[in-house]
Ligand binder design. Structure first.
Ligand code: NAD
Length: 271
């Protein structure tokens, strides 16, 4: 690992998350933005990325496409894009042995394979949610589901802004996995999405998952544990994208120099 500031590339730099990460990096003396990448044909390609985040001082990095961005001088790529774009950048990272922090959700099997291939040769942190509060929610949810036992029905409700492309959220999927494990359930079979019609009585081995969309909600997740005569609700509400961006930048600092492998936010936070 070099002693100077961390050399970072942001993939998806002009997106909602990408711009939030650029803001944080611009003020992080321990990190140095060396590349900002977005899709081919993006209207801002070639422009200094200071324009993307409303800063008057140039950052001396121009928005570029992946094809035209060398990664040789990059220590870590932070990616918040879409599954196809993520797969492409992970393949480049594997070729150039560059560490990665991946926040993209809704990954398809090709993208998961690219992630596994990168983890063979470089360290990579992948998490559906980089906030500290959601890491705590996962921890508390696991404990609550285990202690409450099978007499309590488990239901998950999430809400996000109207532009979100995947559903349910990656965080809701992870939450369902965490609580399913406490009951030896296969999360893919146990999850029941958005009930409708004459579905009949709820089975005890179901985990209901409901995704709401609307407005500019950054991301709310609730685990409901419903028993006879009482109900416990664990809720996390994200109030700004900076919480995910800060977590991703923290993960970038943590991951460089680690052995090749796949890590998650619990590894970064040491929980
Ligand atoms: P967005 O649509 O605002 O941004 C995506 C960016 O990716 C855009 O700038 C787009 O032009 C760019 N892009 C698309 N195709 C590309 C390509 N081929 N090459 C390079 N760039 C390309 O979306 P967003 O709200 O920033 O979210 C991005 C992803 O991050 C989503 O999957 C979202 O669910 C996820 N997300 C994860 C977390 C987390 O903590 N893990 C938090 C928020 C969002």
């Amino acid at each position: 690992m070099s002693a100077g500031p961390l050399a970072v590339a942001v993939h998806g730099a002009s997106g909602r998350m990408g711009r939030t990460i650029l803001q944080i990096l611009a003020d992080d003396r321990a990190a140095h933005l060396v590349a900002a990448i977005d899709r081919p044909g993006h209207p801002a390609l070639g422009q200094d990325v200071a324009n993307l985040i409303g800063r008057s001082e140039p950052l001396d990095v121009k928005l570029s496409s992946l094809e035209h961005t060398p990664l040789k001088a990059v220590q870590v790529v932070i990616d918040f894009t879409s599954p196809d774009a993520t797969r492409a950048v992970l393949e480049r990272c594997a070729r150039d042995r560059v560490a990665a922090v991946v926040g993209t959700t809704g990954m398809d099997p090709d993208c998961e394979r690219a992630l596994a291939a990168l983890a063979q040769v470089a360290p990579v942190v992948a998490a559906p949610n980089f906030s500290i509060g959601v890491s705590l929610l996962m921890d508390l949810a696991e404990r609550a589901a285990r202690l409450a036992g099978p007499d309590f029905d488990l239901e998950i409700v999430e809400m996000h802004h109207k532009h979100k492309a995947d559903s349910p959220s990656g965080t809701a999927v992870r939450l369902a996995e965490v609580v399913a494990r406490t009951r030896d359930l296969d999360p893919a079979r146990a999850a029941v999405h958005g009930r409708s019609g004459p579905v009949g009585a709820r089975r005890s081995d179901e985990i209901g998952v409901l995704a709401l969309r609307g407005g500019d909600v950054v991301g709310d997740h609730t685990l409901i544990l419903a028993g006879a005569g009482e109900r416990l609700e664990l809720t996390h509400r994200a109030q700004g994208r900076h919480i995910f961006a800060r977590g991703a930048v923290r993960a970038a600092h943590w991951v460089v120099g680690k052995p090749a492998g796949r890590y998650d936010m619990a590894d970064v936070l040491g929980t």
